[in-house]
Design a protein around this ligand. Sequence first.
Ligand SMILES: Cc1ncc(COP(=O)(O)O)c(C=O)c1O
Length: 399
Amino acid sequence: MTTDTLALPAALGGTPAFPDGLPLTRVRVPDRRALLERLATVLDSGQLTNGPTVAELELRAAELLDVPHVVAVSNCTAGLMLVLQAAGVGGGRPVVMPGFTFSATAHAAHWAGGTPVFAEAREQDVTLDPEDAAARLAAADRPAALMATHVYGTPCQVERLQEVADEAGVPLVYDAAHGLGSRRRGVPVGGFGLAEVFSMSPTKVAVAGEGGLVATRDAALAERLRTARDYGNPGDYDTLFPGLNARMSELHAAVGLNWLAELPERVAHRGALATDFARRVAGLPGLRPALPEAGDVSTFKDLTLIVDEEVFGLGAPELGRALGAEGIDSRRYFHPPVQRQRAYAHLGQAHALPRTDRLAGSVLTLPLWSHMDERVVGRIADAVLRIHPYAHRLRAAGV
Ligand SMILES: Cc1ncc(COP(=O)(O)O)c(C=O)c1O
């Protein structure tokens, strides 16, 4: 079959795969009636914060994650800040973390008084490279902590990262914003390191509107976080340390509980969609989805392609524009990587991360949502397959 006999990509005048457009995410509220009842109960109680709904969410999440303590907070960023503060980060001391993550990982360390030191991503799955992290911890002056991110919900190399943190004598804190429902070798993400902090913001698989959950096995840390999220107030207004208002409201907890009830089904469906997509595009040269290790479970908070421009014939931004012409929305998670962002430019050349730069330049995140029909995934894959043979023509046309 020659390219002329194939349907033209929309960017070259063909019919768009999704004429009405396909957004990156689509939020569907689970069990609306149950949610409205829960919200009515909260409103009727007159107690909109510091109430039983947050406590119920914490309990339910602790069961799901198989950890003894969960502390609900207003968002993941604030949760990370409070965990890092509790772990002794401060005084500008180095906090080693991936460059390939969302900016909030680094911002949390900054607000806790630390200085980000960025380390490389693994080629396979773009999570933190434990060996590079070890080297940067060894080179750092009195490092205060190691942070790692379960990128897209892909579990990190938790066993090796714990060894690396232990060897350096620093606490390991996970940015688990994407990982609510992920599993590493059968074990739920949530119980690794000193603490794992989840996000329940609207782009996540379990949503509270805005919200975060800190999971930990450390009872003293959990107790401190309950004080820390309430200005550092132990209950008598004689604050123990400078805390935050990082409480989750009862209304948000009601929404979160509703979503949590459907989490296992949602994660299973997303996994099946991602697996199907990977199978459909498996024959394409120079293109691979970022997948978890065999035996691990990812939430697939994002379905992200890694595009090798030389081999595929188009770079990630070009493929994104060609898909845009098909009506398919996309993002570049995470580009630019955090060490390249203006907020951290002053940290300079010590933060050169060639592998992370290359990977960040190669990523393209495609639409995926929890109730997406399998046929939609098939049509997205078909659009990618249709574009590939026209890579040279698309480039020549300046897509
Ligand atoms: C990896 C990562 N960390 C942290 C956050 C921040 O989460 P939140 O909005 O709940 O503060 C996000 C948000 O998307 C994220 O992607």
